[in-house]
Write a protein of this length. Sequence first.
Length: 167
Amino acid sequence: MIVPAHLSEWVINLIRPGTVLKVEWINRELEYITSFTVTVADQLRTGNAVVTLNPLLYSWNIPVLLALCYSVSDKLFSNTRVILAVFALFPMHAWGLVAEFFVTILFRMGDSVTAQIELSQWQRDLAALCYQFGYLMLPIIGAVSVWFLTNRALVQTLIDGSAQPKP
């Protein structure tokens, strides 16, 4: 999950430069140290807002992909293809992390952090839509799409076999 974490950091800073100062792993969670400031409970000090995300929420498509990869016949199976297929899912994991990061900043962290970001209503709606797509739909669509792309020979034989009339 290192690759999606750093890819998500890069994309977040591409969308809004200087937002993520550092990414840290704490047990199984990612912590994004941001440039947004928050006031500490004693109201005397300020600190950086920290967004904590669980990257495993976006990796449930790996078992789906592996099940699809291992379901092909032995003559079409390739370990290299399986490894490449898993790596092809990393951008989709990063999508989910980026979308959840912005949803957390915009909707869950409170007005003090949200006020530091100047966004119109359609941009907030877009962040919510990207989150829903990345959490609900992209994992399964991504796994099936990557499987189709890495198993074109099998898919073509299935298509050719179904096009022939049955006696």
